[in-house]
Write a protein that binds this ligand. Structure first.
Ligand code: AMP
Length: 279
């Protein structure tokens, strides 16, 4: 496994592999790796000749009052996880290499970037789309692996790929959960024991909502879930919305496949989760 810290060097290596006929898989991450990330790595190992994991806490996707500075950074542990899972390259650029002071170019996916999390995290998805564009260009990826935990992010990247004619194929990967049901996230490390206990309710409430989706009125399902989310100790609900699986448009009574997506604060930690609901 090689650790590459420079974008130009990473791109040169990737181009050599492409010339050799290798297929490249990229797993973009912000580090603090866990079993959710590992599931993406394992999938790439099955599909690709070369697996690249990028570790970059991307400042352009954090708002001024968000957790950029305190976001968990566990580089040595991350490298061990990558080594153990047969990653070929870990790409760990500096902020200055990716976004030098005179940086000017941004990618926006209109409309999709402004709903759900985008209402609460202004410019977040602009930062995501921009860094993923750069990472795809640097890594020459044939496939990019994205978790369905960040469902809106996945949909935005898929749209960007189509709109901008990227050759990279997007591989969606299911949410990896703890035994308790809690969606694994790097941000879970912010939770106290009590908060963690409270946060377990989120996945339970989503599961119950999905079970009642088939035969209950959509508005009832949503309102019922919101009431339960609000009753979680120390919670504040940013949003809880049922959207169409295909394009994130609002779901209605005729929607056959929907996603119930929520963002809930537990104390000072913002957690997102979602469940697919089918009729
Ligand atoms: P992050 O490091 O949080 O930016 O996540 C990097 C990638 O891992 C994204 O595509 C996430 O959707 C994915 N990911 C994070 N947590 C999970 C999880 N619990 N299950 C599946 N994928 C995940």
């Amino acid at each position: 496994m090689k650790v590459i810290k420079n974008a130009l060097q990473m791109q040169k290596i990737a181009l050599k592999h492409i010339k050799n006929g290798d297929e490249i898989g990229l797993i973009p991450t912000m580090g603090a790796l866990h079993d959710g990330h590992v599931s993406l790595i394992v999938k790439s190992e099955k599909n690709d000749d070369i697996t690249i994991v990028s570790i970059f806490v991307n400042p352009t996707q954090f708002g001024p009052n968000e957790d950029y500075l305190k976001y968990p950074r566990t580089v040595q542990k991350d490298l061990e996880i990558c080594r153990k899972n047969h990653v070929n390259y870990v790409f760990m650029p500096s902020v200055n290499d990716m976004f030098p002071v005179d940086y000017k170019t941004f990618v926006e996916v209109k409309a999709l970037q402004d709903i759900l999390c985008g209402k609460f995290r202004i410019n977040h998805f602009r930062g995501v789309a921009t860094v993923v564009t750069k990472l795809f260009n640097i890594s020459c990826a044939d496939r990019g692996y994205f978790g369905m935990k960040d469902f809106q992010q996945l949909k935005i990247i898929e749209k960007m790929i189509r709109d901008l004619n990227f050759r990279t194929k997007i591989v969606p990967c299911p949410i990896v959960r703890e035994k308790s049901g809690l969606a694994i996230s790097s941000r879970n490390s912010y939770l106290s024991v009590e908060e963690k206990k409270a946060s377990l309710n989120i996945s339970r409430i989503l599961r119950e909502a999905s079970e009642s989706f088939r035969d209950k009125n959509l508005n009832f399902v949503r309102k019922n879930a919101i009431n339960k989310l609000k009753r979680i100790r120390g919670s504040r609900v940013d949003y809880a919305e049922v959207v169409n699986f295909i394009d994130l448009s609002p779901a209605d009574k005729d929607t056959k496949k929907a996603v119930f997506a929520v963002a809930v604060w537990i104390g000072k930690t913002r957690l997102i989760d979602n469940v697919i609901m089918t009729k």
